[in-house]
Ligand binder design. Structure first.
Ligand code: FES
Length: 75
């Protein structure tokens, strides 16, 4: 099975690369072309669930780094 990679882009969408099936809340397939898709993370897209570039217009700031636990903090 091919590996799927999801990249949290810098201040932008989730870039999903690999053979995935995208479905809505009812399980209906949402078609897209190719083997990669950019999913809106800012909430501003007019073409949700896809990114339409609005994140740039609204100045979306998203965290991308893996949180680092404070020294001495347990999980
Ligand atoms: S992340 Fe691009 S429009 Fe929302």
């Amino acid at each position: 099975m091919a590996e799927v990679q999801i990249t949290v882009t810098r201040n932008g969408p989730y870039h999903v690369k690999g053979p995935v099936k995208l479905v809505d809340h009812r399980g209906n397939e949402i078609p897209y072309e190719g083997d990669e898709v950019w999913l809106c993370r800012c909430g501003g897209s007019q073409t949700k669930p896809f990114c339409d570039g609005t994140h740039r217009k609204i100045g979306f700031q998203g965290a991308i780094a893996v949180p680092v636990k404070a020294a001495g903090e347990s999980s």
